[in-house]
Design a protein around this ligand. Structure first.
Ligand SMILES: Cc1ncc(COP(=O)(O)O)c(C=O)c1O
Length: 456
């Protein structure tokens, strides 16, 4: 085995540092994983509260999914995407029927590999349907890092070094009520943010509509129903219903990015179900294969994706509906049908959130905790409970990765992920199979980390 030091040395010479590995210095190396835990070279366990950004939602080395993976390797591991295979067709059927039950709409699936690639496919679908290339998206949004996805991702940091993005989205404030863009409060605002969005459509001189043609220049609005990288922000009840009315009035499509929040992260197959609106297109990825063999895709209403409007060859990628991915995803969908994940996730999420709320009472540095299902947020602030404390957040993140916490007399670590507009939010995405004991362990370790880092 090549030791850690040597790996770091080789990484510094041979690997691009353009990814996110060097967010932590020195970069962290893991050698094993199981359930909710990662293991380092000294076999120290690290309780993982981000599970590969919500890709490994059903636990590392999930025995059932690993078995299916192995079986697929022994039967049909490889097949060019120009041919059909059973797993692809049955998976598409399962997702379509699940959506038909939920949204009373017929649709079809188009698979791809990564999340951003599926976003690209959705952009093609929208452009094809509308003949327009301008989109709305939310401030705080993250839709991936390909060029098309970067154009609808809010942060300029991701675009800065890559020239002019002529089709950069128009970004609208997300209902992030803890830090309302308009300085209002949730209790009394009466959705001021929506009325501001609606105002854009009052006259053509606000630049988004042609009043004579009764048409918007914008083809679609890209939405994360619970904003993920933006800091696991849960919108207030009723928001999306009012929001959707504006889109409907102007024929603007609703594209629902479920790449991080889909597949029961929020207690529903799709996070948007929590808000009682129907999307025109759903984009999914990550947890559908539990992070084993990547698979992503889009579901779209029949009118947008039927073979007449989206004929053969409209888009393609070599690995798009790879049999390893579709095989595992089919088993994930079967698992979801057999067990009541809605109940399971709401129960664990509710318990986790209640412990976090208790923790907040003991630490003024926690400005906000919130969550939906097992998508949980802890916002770290100065002792005034509001001013973002990026430094403390970063310290806790790094300290958790050291593997020097103590749990019942044994050394362990805690794996966290930082998100949020001010990089001061822990976005917690534990395994959907996390036990009550592991939730208690998580909160205990989190408090240990806080105490340790506050002191230093
Ligand atoms: C909401 C959302 N959309 C898109 C993406 C991009 O997916 P990928 O990293 O697989 O390209 C992500 C990734 O984190 C995401 O959270």
């Amino acid at each position: 085995m090549v030791d850690d030091q040597e790996l770091v040395r080789k990484d510094s010479i041979y690997c691009s540092h353009g990814d996110t590995v060097h967010y932590a210095e020195p970069p962290k190396i893991f050698r094993g994983c199981e359930g909710c835990f990662l293991y380092d070279s000294a076999d120290v366990p690290y309780l993982d509260l981000q599970m590969w950004y919500s890709a490994a939602s059903f636990g590392y080395k999930n025995p059932r999914l690993s078995e299916v993976f192995k079986a697929q390797i022994d039967t049909l591991p490889q097949l060019a995407c120009q041919y059909l295979h059973e797993e692809k067709v049955l998976l598409a059927e399962k997702i379509c029927l699940a959506n038909q039950r939920r949204f009373k709409e017929k649709g079809r699936i188009h698979f791809n590999v990564g999340g951003a690639q599926a976003i690209e496919d959705s952009l093609k679908l929208v452009r094809n349907a509308k003949g327009k290339n301008l989109m709305f998206a939310f401030m705080g949004s993250y839709h991936g890092r390909t060029l098309g996805a970067s154009a609808i991702t809010s942060s300029y940091r991701y675009r800065r070094r890559y020239g002019h993005f002529s089709d950069r989205a128009q970004f609208i404030p997300y209902p992030y009520c803890f830090r309302c863009y308009y300085g209002r409060s949730r209790e009394s605002c009466d959705f001021y943010c929506i009325s501001q969005f609606e105002k854009l459509f009052e006259t053509e001189y606000y630049s988004v509509i042609d009043t004579k043609a009764k048409e918007s220049e914008y083809a679609a609005f890209y939405v994360e129903p619970v904003q993920a990288t933006g800091g696991y922000i849960v919108p207030p009840e009723g928001y999306f219903k009012r929001f959707k009315k504006i889109l409907d009035a102007w024929g603007i499509l609703l594209v629902d990015d479920e790449i991080q929040m889909g597949v029961y992260r929020t207690g529903k197959l799709w996070a948007i179900e929590n808000f009682e609106v129907s999307p025109d297109i759903i984009v999914f990825g990550k947890a559908l294969t539990n992070g084993l063999n990547p698979l992503s895709g889009i579901w779209a209403k029949e009118m947008l994706i039927n073979p007449t409007v989206f004929p053969p060859g409209s888009t393609h990628s070599t690995f798009s509906s790879n049999p390893l991915g579709t095989g595992i995803a089919l088993e994930v969908m079967a698992m979801l049908e057999e067990e009541n994940y809605e109940k399971k996730v709401s129960k664990s999420g509710g318990y986790f959130l209640s412990l976090l709320r208790d923790l907040k009472k003991r630490h003024p540095e926690i400005g906000d905790v919130d969550g939906l299902g097992l998508a949980l947020r802890v916002e770290i602030c100065k002792p005034d409970s509001f001013t973002p404390d990026r430094e403390l957040t970063e310290k806790m993140f790094i300290e958790g990765l050291k593997g020097t916490l103590d749990y019942k007399g044994s050394k362990c670590g805690l794996i966290l992920d930082i998100g949020g507009y001010y990089k001061n939010v822990f976005t917690l995405a534990p395994s959907l199979h996390i036990t009550r004991g592991e939730i208690e362990m998580a909160v205990e370790l989190f408090e240990q980390l806080m105490n340790k880092c506050k002191k230093s």
